[in-house]
Design a protein around this ligand. Structure first.
Ligand code: ZN
Length: 656
């Protein structure tokens, strides 16, 4: 592990808090030290208050901030002497502790200080750095962890036995520090939890962390417990319906829709393919920090039902504690390990699922290295339970507020690179759905750089391409809840007597047959949607009011309209709702350039603006308008509406 300290970069930060920001970010850049908001740092600073008095303040990482991206406002200033006096108390409940932390800050707008604030306060050093370094967690999660730690560090580290984070841990650290600290003390090891480094300067404290963790890594290398098997990804790929079934089961257990990301690369399969997977993976997470963010023990499912059976024992053991603390048990796993399915992680959003995913990738390394060193031995189940159902964490969960409309759900939109399709992607993302966008235009892959969007180049009339797209969608997000059939072509105007049969056929292939094919393949997935399956078809004003010269387009859309009606009759009982929109004169799409618009308007003797608003209400209909209605049709407002055909055209006399 190398120090990332760079004097040129550091020169941008001159004051004590600035350097705290800089070295915290350096820690955050190293995923072997901290992951997704894990770890915390602090600096003790003397500041003059509004009365002209000098005060000692502890600037400690606030909750909700990530070390990698933290900035000055991410540190909460708390009065140091008050924290040190709190540390003298015999006991302090979690809610009381949080209250004390919040009410002794000097900045009302600061975030809630870390629950490890008191621990930072009792350490008599200016800069304090704390991480859940993989190498330290690996070594301390083995039966001889304590001996190993002594062998690596001698008496230069204060060693603290495992105590749950919070006030008791701060007390225990204070006690251990008083007993063990000496002139050569350079840090502190918290068994089954992580490591502290401290010093008088930001650089020294940071580089000491790197040095101390490097010593743990070197120890693992010495013991041949570093190199991990990668294996080969030879297991037969799962069927997408199997994955969708699994996602539905977990979602049903949880009582709300969850997205599920699965990973089957060689490294993952070599882990999930281990003969002793059942033993090593059921030991529990590597550090309390991981418990909190993965929220569930990893589960083993050799078939899609196995997880619930495997989990029963765990809950039998803890049902009594839960009753005592009046905790609601959330029995849905967030991690599923399977020799064939690989690593599957779940969450209410892709962000949540990917946090669990990233943490588990590190957990795999930790477990395997610990197994190479000796054997992986996590905390007793009771300790894990205590952290998992910690009242501070419970409070955080209940505060997380109302979930977005489509939280945990997945939508697929065709023709998604531009116009109405692109706008539908935005409207669905805005309502919390993970979205798969298909388009023949390669720009689709670059449409959004966010983990809840997957853009795939796909010719919707190519059956193999559609099959592959659905496989990718399900691997990535776990299933399909909503389908928006938007892709279509509008061929050049031609009267029937001049019809080019190739154009006719192509129009039917794309506008009609491709839609039927996608509906056919999506049906079993929509049937497995945890809440219900929804389909919205983008029809056309041409269905109720065809125009001359548009035979191919109008006939294809009319046939599609009939398809919607038949699908409603067939799928309604599967709890799949299918409805249709008939937009007209939506000009902010790829086919309408400014020149074409101007020419068309001129041919009617109208200005472009008048031409755009050629409807009863004299309003312009945009892609966004159509997309918003599409998204709402997938929502609760239309929960009991089936086979509806809604115009969205500002009122068209021929349709009215
Ligand atoms: Zn910690």
């Amino acid at each position: 592990m190398k120090s990332l300290w760079n004097d040129t970069e550091a020169a941008n930060y001159t004051d004590e808090l600035g350097l705290r920001v800089y070295s915290s970010r350096l820690l955050g850049r190293n995923t072997e030290l901290v992951l997704h908001g894990g770890g915390n740092t602090s600096v003790k600073i003397s500041q003059r208050n509004i009365l002209g008095e000098d005060e000692q303040l502890l600037y400690v990482k606030g909750s909700g901030w990530d070390l990698e991206t933290i900035d000055r406002p991410g540190f909460a200033p708390v009065r140091l002497d008050h924290l040190q006096r709190l540390a003298q108390l015999d006991q302090l409940s979690d809610p009381d502790m949080v209250n004390e932390l919040k009410t002794h800050m000097t900045l009302a707008s600061a975030p809630t200080p870390s629950v490890e604030a008191i621990l930072h306060a009792i350490l008599p050093y200016k800069y304090v750095d704390h991480t859940h370094a993989d190498a330290v967690v690996t070594i301390t999660n083995t039966p001889n962890g304590l001996q190993h730690i002594r062998q690596i560090y001698g008496d230069s580290m204060v060693i603290v036995p495992y105590v749950m984070p919070g006030f008791d841990l701060a007390k225990s650290c204070a006690r251990c520090f008083a007993e063990q600290a000496n002139d050569s003390t350079r840090g502190m090891i918290l068994m089954n939890h992580g490591i502290f480094s401290f010093a008088e300067t930001a650089r020294e404290s940071y580089e000491r962390m790197i040095e101390l963790v490097s010593m743990a890594e070197a120890f693992l290398q010495d013991k041949d417990a570093w190199q991990l098997a990668t294996g080969t990804a030879s297991a037969i790929a799962p069927d997408r319906l199997e994955l969708a079934d699994l996602r539905k089961q977990v979602s049903d257990t949880r009582g709300e829709a969850l997205v599920m990301h699965s990973r089957r690369d060689a490294r993952t399969l070599s882990f999930t393919g281990r003969d002793d997977l059942a033993t090593i993976s059921q030991q529990g997470p590597a550090t309390p920090d991981h418990v909190i963010r993965t929220k569930r023990l990893p589960m083993l499912g050799s078939d899609s039902q196995a997880y619930s059976r495997a989990y029963e024992d765990y809950f039998k053991t803890h049902a009594a504690s839960a009753r005592e603390t009046k905790t609601i048990l959330d029995t849905a796993p967030r991690v599923i390990l399977d020799p064939r399915l690989g690593l599957c992680t779940l969450g209410r959003s892709m962000k949540d699922a990917m946090i669990v995913h990233d943490i588990y990738l590190h957990t795999m390394d930790i477990i395997e290295r610990a197994s190479l060193l000796d054997c992986f031995q996590a905390l007793p189940a009771q300790d894990i339970f205590d952290v998992e159902y910690w009242d501070l964490e419970q409070a955080k969960l209940s505060k997380s507020g109302k979930a977005p409309m489509f939280s945990g759900e997945i939508a697929l939109v065709t023709g998604a690179a531009s116009g109405i399709g692109k706008a539908c992607v935005d409207s669905l993302l805005a309502r919390g759905a993970a979205v798969v966008g298909l388009d023949i235009n390669p720009a689709i892959t670059q449409l959004h750089e966010r983990m809840d969007f997957l853009g795939l180049v796909c010719d919707v009339s190519d059956n193999t391409a559609i099959e592959q797209a659905l496989d990718q969608a399900v691997t990535h997000f776990g299933g399909l809840d909503m389908l928006v059939l938007n892709a279509g072509i509008f061929p050049k105007s031609a009267r029937i007597d001049a019809m080019d049969m190739a154009v006719w056929q192509k129009t039917l292939d794309i506008n009609l047959t491709a839609s039927l094919n996608l509906m056919r393949l999506a049906h079993p997935l929509l049937k497995r949607a945890p809440r219900s399956g929804r389909v919205v078809v983008i029809g056309s004003k041409n269905v109720p009011a065809p125009g001359p010269g548009a035979a191919a387009y109008s006939a294809s859309k009319a046939a599609l309209n009939q398809l919607v009606r038949v699908a409603a009759l067939e799928w309604g009982q599967d709890n799949i709702r299918i409805n249709e929109l008939h937009p007209n004169a939506v000009f902010d799409t790829a086919i309408w350039t400014d020149e074409i618009l101007a020419a068309r308007a001129a041919s009617y003797g109208l200005t472009v603006d008048e031409y755009k608003k050629r409807n009863v209400m004299k309003v312009e209909v945009t892609s966004h308008d159509v997309a918003e209605l599409t998204a709402e049709m997938c929502g609760p407002l239309f929960a009991k509406t089936l086979a509806a055909q809604l115009p969205i055209d500002g009122g068209d006399e021929r349709v009215i």
